[in-house]
Design a protein around this ligand. Structure first.
Ligand code: SIN
Ligand code: SIN
Ligand code: FE
Ligand code: FE
Length: 429
């Protein structure tokens, strides 16, 4: 094997090992496409996901158009889908499950089953001349999607051709990329199914609520970590795992009686204890963490109701018995709340995201607060309920709150829902 080829294979190895633990599919697709373009020095590329009879544009990059257009939503391929049929290159590859390399789209044999679909080129006036299209599939399975690499550039920056070696290296790469995608999709779907089980028991703990808390927590962590001496490695690791861990913050609610979860009034002391038990019940599910995701999930579950001022729950307890943790009990032998930085950063962040989402959404005891009021309450709780630095990071990302809300809307209210539909006054909080 030529030296250059071995170097390229080593590079593929390094890249694909960095795909481990990227459970966030859109982050993973971005990495898969970026690295594939680095390996082939391509100017543009697209990843489609196969959903039923459609190929969905999941991720696109185009260095040339990026220089021309400010707003990526103006790109012609944004939010477009293709039917899966043999007449397009991507459709052909999805159905035939084989790599297809075309170095000059203007001279495709007119008798070939596929043709280059020029619709997007015409709209954007960008010409896709050389296109390599690869199935993203794991052995023996339906493809998960299709990877398309467009216009390789030579060292002189001018358009060149794909080589046979490019084809070999990229089909090797695409196999590993598909494995990483499958792992990511498997993990997310397992987590989402858990959320749905909880949601069938607690109508407020919806999939949409879990997704919003995940998106907001991740944005807060990103902002918070930017200003701190946290290694790039640790940061990436946490950014990858936090979304799924955050979705699981309330899995323990499956152990809380439905009558308590849906009570349209204040809880009495006994009900409160049953409600608060969701933290220990959930934490016990992760008490023997055996993956990095389990470790973060345990921290999120255990610490999301602690308060910065030490007044939260469950505090320093033994997970199994629920009794005060040895050596951590108060002078009177009672349980002491964790406070300040004793609470894991993931717990401090999810607390902010979860409470904000509860305030800005509908509850059994209240209608949704408008955003200004919800933000005001969050600010007031800085240094009391919440870590001031986390509140600062939260306020720093408040421009994405509406986007998150629109992206994951609550399902419509059922006609007989007990959820409050009248506007509360601030004194009812
Ligand atoms: C929740 O976790 O959603 C509710 C917890 C509580 O009421 O303390
Ligand atoms: C929720 O998770 O739905 C409510 C959280 C809270 O009120 O603290
Ligand atoms: Fe909770
Ligand atoms: Fe929640």
């Amino acid at each position: 094997m030529a030296r250059n080829q071995i170097d390229r294979l080593n590079e593929v190895g390094r890249i694909v090992s960095s795909f481990n633990y990227i459970f966030d599919l859109s982050l993973l697709l971005e990495k898969i496409l970026t690295s594939a373009r680095v390996l082939t020095k391509c100017e543009a590329g697209t990843i489609y996901l196969l959903r039923g009879r459609k190929l969905i544009f999941a991720h696109s990059q185009n260095d040339y158009l990026d220089r021309m257009i400010d707003d990526p939503t103006e790109l012609p391929y944004f939010n477009r889908n293709l039917e899966v049929d043999r007449r397009t290159l991507a459709g052909y590859v999805a159905l035939e499950r084989e790599i297809l390399t075309i170095n000059d789209t203007s001279s495709i044999d007119p008798m070939a089953p596929y043709q280059h679909f020029t619709g997007f080129d015409n709209e954007s006036s960008y010409v896709c001349q050389a296109i390599m299209t690869l199935p993203l599939a794991t052995a023996g399975n339906e493809p998960l999607g299709v990877l398309q690499l467009i216009n390789p550039l030579g060292d002189d920056g001018l358009l060149t051709c794909f080589s046979d070696e490019d084809e070999q290296i990229l089909s090797f790469y695409a196999g590993f990329a598909a494995l990483a995608m499958e792992k990511s999709m498997t993990m997310s779907s397992a987590v989402i199914h858990n959320v749905e089980i909880v949601s069938s028991h607690d109508p407020l703990e919806t999939r949409a609520h879990a997704m919003r808390v995940a998106a907001l927590s991740t944005a807060i962590y990103e902002r918070w970590s930017e200003k701190r001496a946290i290694s790039e490695e640790e940061r990436t690791h946490s950014m990858n795992l936090l979304p799924l861990a955050a979705m699981l913050h309330d899995v323990g609610k499956i152990y809380v009686p439905k009558s308590v979860l849906t009570k349209p009034a204040r809880l009495d002391q006994k009900e409160r204890t049953l409600m608060e038990n969701h933290v220990l019940a959930g934490a016990r599910m992760y008490a023997d963490p055996f993956t990095p995701l389990d470790e973060i999930t345990l921290k999120v579950i255990l610490d999301h109701h602690e308060r910065w001022d030490g007044q939260g729950y469950p505090g320093w307890v033994d997970l199994n018995t629920g009794h005060p943790l040895a050596g951590r009990a108060g002078e009177d032998g009672r349980i002491v709340g964790k406070k300040g930085q004793e609470i894991s950063i993931f717990g401090r962040i999810v607390a902010v995201a979860d409470v904000y989402d509860a305030l800005s959404g509908r509850r059994y005891y209240k209608e949704a607060f408008d955003q200004a009021l919800a933000l005001q309450i969050m600010e007031q709780e800085s240094g009391h309920h919440f870590d001031p630095e986390v509140v600062e990071a939260f306020l720093g990302v408040k421009s994405i709150l509406n986007k998150i809300k629109n992206q994951y809307p609550d399902p419509p209210l059922e006609a007989n829902s007990p959820l409050k539909t009248v506007k509360p006054t601030p004194s009812e909080i």
